[in-house]
Design a protein around this ligand. Structure first.
Ligand code: FAD
Length: 323
């Protein structure tokens, strides 16, 4: 059954986030040959419409308004709901990002719809659109279908492969004028934490340090390895609690959930709360002095040794591969 499916293109610092392209790929599956319409909301974002088409959107609807300069749940909900009202879609897909996690439940509430959140896979099977999502902190997966009404889902970054960019694709980029009603919260200024390099939640490679890193300086070899591999640095809560690094790096049940292609855990014991944030990584490498450490139970490759010896060796070897 062909459906019309809306996707929200997520913009950060003037560029589209990868998860937007992954959401388009998921929307294509939901659409089953129907139309995928991307939505862009912001102050001046229309120039990004073409890229969404190149990644598979059939059409783009742009809502530009100076009240959408900064993301607010109120403003973006008004914009997206106006597009929903115009397009009357049968499906809606957002990224399971900080923005998507905030916006999707509000939209679902306003539309009296259900929501399948944090999907890691979507397929058309047995006449249904089947979403797979992790439960019990990633220890099991459940499959869900929508039996009635809007098929509405958020998709976890880095899990659904985007379509290849095709610069020859063309599609209409139209604008919709929306009168954004007074916002109840107005963001005056965004003060960013100084962050180095790649965004942790979208990184293809994550090098994480735990209490075994022993100090803030102990993270330096990890940063160097991340640099060589074009990855991001993460941490266990043990490392954050010990003040070796900022809590924004924390991965786990009460931190970020990551699913990179490669996760290298250095000096991390593998507590269940840490595994909840990284166990779905495609390849897991663990470096730990203790051969009995729990992290080895889920690692694809384990290195028993001192991370301060092993990590610099890996960095040197990867550097050679890059030359
Ligand atoms: P440790 O358990 O102390 O492990 C350090 C490891 O380093 C050891 O295995 C040791 O063998 C190894 N090591 C030491 N020196 C070296 C060396 N030189 N070379 C190699 N290996 C070395 N934790 C999270 O990570 N994320 C969460 O989101 C999270 N949420 C939590 C929520 C709740 C409600 C609770 C109760 C706990 C939570 N925790 C979380 C904490 C979690 O239970 C663990 O305490 C924490 O993950 C331990 O961090 P760690 O592995 O770095 O430290």
């Amino acid at each position: 059954m062909a459906r019309k499916v809306l996707v929200l293109g997520e913009v950060r610092d003037g560029s589209l986030r990868n998860v937007s392209f992954e959401a388009i790929a998921a929307a294509k599956t939901v659409a089953e040959g129907g139309e995928v319409v991307a939505v862009l909301a912001g102050e001046t974002v229309s120039a990004l419409g073409t890229e969404l088409v190149q990644y598979g959107a059939d059409r783009v609807v742009v809502v530009e308004n100076d009240k959408l300069k900064q993301y607010t749940s109120d403003g973006f909900a008004q914009a997206l709901l106006a597009v929903v009202d115009q397009e009357k879609p049968e499906g809606l897909v957002l990224g399971h990002t900080a923005l998507g996690k905030d916006l999707a439940p509000r939209i679902a509430g306003k539309l009296s719809s259900g929501l399948i959140s944090d999907a890691v896979a979507v397929e058309a099977a047995g006449g249904n659109i089947v979403f797979t999502r992790p439960i019990y902190s990633g220890k099991a997966f459940e499959k869900k279908i929508v039996t009635d009404g809007l098929i509405f889902a958020t998709v976890r970054p880095n899990n659904i492969a985007p379509l290849a960019q095709d610069e020859s694709r063309s599609g209409e980029v139209s604008s919709l004028s929306v009168d954004i009603k007074d916002l109840r919260a107005i963001i005056k200024e965004v003060v960013r934490k100084a962050s180095e390099g790649v965004d942790l939640s979208e990184a293809k490679v994550v090098i994480s340090g735990g209490r075994g890193v022993k100090s803030a300086e102990g993270f330096e070899p990890l940063k160097e390895l991340a640099n060589v591999l074009g990855g991001a640095v993460g941490a266990s809560r043990g490392a954050c609690d010990a003040d070796y690094c900022d809590y924004s790096l924390q991965i786990g049940q009460t931190g970020k959930v990551v699913t990179p292609d490669l996760y290298i855990a250095c000096g991390i014991s593998g507590a269940i709360q840490h595994l909840a944030g990284m166990s779905n990584s495609k390849v897991i490498v663990a470096i730990n002095k203790d051969p009995e450490a729990n992290i080895f139970k889920i690692a694809d490759y384990g290195i028993v040794g001192d991370l301060f010896e092993v990590v610099p060796l890996l960095t040197e070897e990867f550097k050679k591969l890059k030359v």
